[in-house]
Design a protein around this ligand. Structure first.
Ligand SMILES: *Cc1c(COP(=O)(O)O)cnc(C)c1O
Length: 380
């Protein structure tokens, strides 16, 4: 049944500028492909650790109770893990909610929020939902952040800068020193957030270290999530480590009871099992390196990636390539006209990715569009 239209109801008019959020596709059983690999949402392919399942199982009987809003045990554990003041740690229903808190705590109508583009899909939606104005800073030729471009776009309306390191969906990273130099030039009343959703996968030795930057600069906050490396995407828990004044502002705009008790317990158990989870992360990084190497050997331009995903800049050939990859049994995330993002999957996924991309070359019936796009990328 079709729902009622908005009709006469006065919904905020800014909302009409917000496109619907497009989540990564779920494996369509109807398509008739068995063993479809869902590589469209950067999820951890591994199920939860037994210790995490056990920890949650012990609390299923108390879901009639509200969660503890302050998440004190988890707050203490994160504060200890990073040697920060517990007052600096704020949780949210995934780090998407944390980023939303950061935006709504700093920016409203008429204020500007800067972020790279293309970057995380949710940024423009959250900024628009807050009533603020998104300012997109185009990526540089290597699909990374153009920090000079950010500086050029700072105005007296700028309230918040979001840096995504590694950048979703391109995988590129920021260097520590370049971000330090950048922060030296950003007015100190503008908050700068380093979104480190994929920090555990980032093996670049001199990459920007969000926590160190937070310690050095009074306007820097870091956003982390339990969704990716820790594999808790379905439970929704993330956090910010922010200057204490900003942190208390975040708590004011946070969704009340936004982090369930089960999520708090699972996150705590995951922190305790960090080394075990680290082995899985290492394995995924190994797979990433293998896939990227194999594709590069075949002549594809794959930008530097330090996430659990890789980016193929296919331009106009993107949608058709996505279709062909789907026929090969892998669901990926297309950004039509730009490129596609492929998450690193579990056992067997790496080989399938390489083979499926090979099929793209064979099926280059659009005048060799895929090869052309790849070569064009190589020449940049
Ligand atoms: C996945 C992701 C997040 C957070 O996801 P949550 O599940 O809400 O914690 C945040 N930032 C980026 C860049 C991401 O890719």
């Amino acid at each position: 049944m079709k729902g009622h239209d908005v009709g006469e109801l006065r919904v905020r008019k800014e909302l009409s500028a917000i496109p619907d959020y497009k989540a990564g596709k779920t494996a369509p059983s109807a398509i008739g492909v068995k063993d479809m690999f869902k590589l469209s949402s950067n999820e951890n392919p591994f199920g939860p650790l037994p210790s995490v399942v056990d920890a949650i199982a012990g609390h299923l009987g108390s879901i009639n109770r509200y969660p503890e809003m302050a998440a004190s045990a988890l707050t203490a554990a994160v504060a200890e893990r990073y040697e920060v003041d517990p007052a600096a740690v704020v949780f949210g229903s995934g780090s998407v909610e944390v980023v939303s808190q950061l935006i709504r705590a700093t920016a409203g109508s008429g204020d500007e929020v800067l972020f790279a583009w293309r970057s995380f899909e949710a940024y423009p939606l959250l900024v628009l939902a807050a009533g603020a104005t998104p300012v997109r800073v185009p990526l540089n030729d290597d699909f990374g952040h153009d920090l000079e471009g950010f500086l050029e776009r700072i105005t007296d309306r700028t309230r918040l800068i979001l840096l995504c390191n590694p950048n979703n969906p391109t995988g590129t990273t920021l260097g520590h020193e370049e971000v330090e130099r950048f922060l030296d030039r950003v007015p100190s009343d503008i908050a700068v957030v380093i979104d480190e959703a994929y920090v555990q996968f980032n093996r670049r030795p001199d990459t920007a270290d969000g926590i160190r930057l937070y310690r050095k600069f009074p306007n820097v906050a870091v956003a982390h999530t339990f969704s990716k490396a820790y594999g808790l995407a379905g439970l929704r828990v993330g956090y910010a480590i922010a200057p204490v004044g900003l942190a208390s502002a975040l708590r004011k705009v946070a969704l009340p009871f936004g982090v369930t008790q089960l999520a708090q317990i699972a996150a705590l158990a995951s922190l305790k099992a960090e080394s075990e989870l680290g082995e899985r992360v290492d394995w995924l990084v190994g797979e990433r390196i293998a896939v990227v190497d194999a594709l590069r050997r075949k002549g594809w331009r794959v930008p530097e990636t330090e996430g659990n995903f890789l980016w193929l800049p296919l331009g106009a050939a993107t949608s058709e390539a996505a279709q062909i990859l789907e026929e090969q049994g892998i669901l990926i995330r297309p950004f039509p006209g730009e490129g596609l993002r492929i998450s690193i999957g579990g056992p067997g996924a790496a080989e399938l990715i390489v083979d499926a991309v090979e099929v793209l070359v064979e099926k280059g019936h659009t005048g060799g569009a895929f090869e052309h796009a790849a070569k064009e990328g190589l020449q940049r």
